[in-house]
Design a binder for this molecule. Sequence first.
Ligand code: BG6
Length: 490
Amino acid sequence: MAQLIPVEEFDLVIFGGTGDLSMRKLLPAMYHRDRAGQITAGSRIIATGRAQMSQEAYLQEVEAALRTNLDEGEFTDEQWQIFSPRIHYVQCDALAVDSWQDLKAVLQGFEQRIRVSYLATPPSLFGPIAAGLRHNELITPDSRIVLEKPVGRDFASAQDINTQVGECFPENQIYRIDHYLGKETVQNLLALRFANSMFEPMWRRSAIDHVQITVAEDLGVGGRIEFYDRIGAMRDMVQNHILQLVCLTAMEAPASLDHDAVRDEKIKVLRALRPIGGDFVRTNTVRGQYTDGAIKGQTVSGYMSELGEKQSSTETFVALKLEIDNWRWSNVPFYVRTGKRLKTKHSEIVVQFQDVPHSIFPEQKFNINPNRLSIRLQPDEGVKLSVMVKEPGPGGFDLRPVSLDLSFEETFGLRYPDAYERLLMEVLRGNPALFMRRDEVEAAWHWVDQVISGWEASNQKVENYVAGSWGPTAASLLLDRDGREWYADV
Ligand code: BG6
């Protein structure tokens, strides 16, 4: 069982403290860590927002959010009595020069402890908030700043933000979050690859046919539709989560778990991604948008109806065929897809090995499935290896695929901490390994930008898909053309 080490006393200042991310993820995550005994007495969570709100009113909102977002039985009055005194609401409009006084007053005298400023705000505020912290002399030697994704909306804006924040904080104090890096199974991918010797000789073009990455959601865009309509799935999911999964699957073994050693290997993958431009935009990419449909028996509206009367060509689904131009992965395509309002919530990395080179079972020639290693991220984290076996019986020689299935929950019988719990603790401990470095974020934008420019140049339209399906037909054709198909083990 992993050991729980309490973190040193800290002040966590959340900008955007009344927002959705704080209520749904950050405060529940801190509540869980407090409940687990990881938060030292005296540590404070200082939530800031533009709204004038009393401490009581804010605490009522937090309590309601915790009751909604925690699982049954996790909210208890006893724990709330311990957790709520840590929370302080302070009004602060980061863009108003004279609005920082209250925050300054609350932080004064606490310069010696760890101070984390978490920017759960739109990226356009990252630069101004960093500058405000500096101007108001709130950056202490042990300060860290956390930037929520997305950092910018393209390469140029990401560079601007990174430069602005970089003028106030050194790179080793900047933590750019991609919450997928805090997911247990994503970390298990490192364990699987680098704590087992059997995979490495096979983890390459000589043994692997292709890799598939699916991040499917059954939810729509909900209350974020205005924001989402300006960005779409490519910027929301591919630039960060999907490319990070590609990097962790494809990277070479780092020399150590040191944060720069891992990030140096990841960036090599980003730089080896073949640009998708010109005609390849049409052949290697699919954009989709959901229409009215049904999910798990419930009818759901299409994206356009959710948006009102407005017309929109924003994609809610993307499928791509990626090529990594290096020795290990030459000619091994990585097919990735992600979308909203798909059949079910299901995220998985599937590594498909090659066909047997010669079958000694003539009658079974076409029944031998290639081995597949599936690393499931959600909903039920685990690893599965499909192998061919002989069906039991006295006569004949019938082959069939079976799975060696490891469900982490069944094996360890533990509650899986949310990604934000781990990531917040890593920030407080000062360990940036699970966060993105400036060059990584910019390299990812650089690659994504040229796909988006290709879409714009060729006017590539969004293909409709019925909510509750697995996406547009064009996404199936993307693999069908290569004689392959998507797997979704649900
Ligand atoms: C966020 C995206 O980063 O990840 C959301 O902005 C998406 O649109 C979410 O729903 C998915 O996260 P998870 O952990 O539920 O897979």
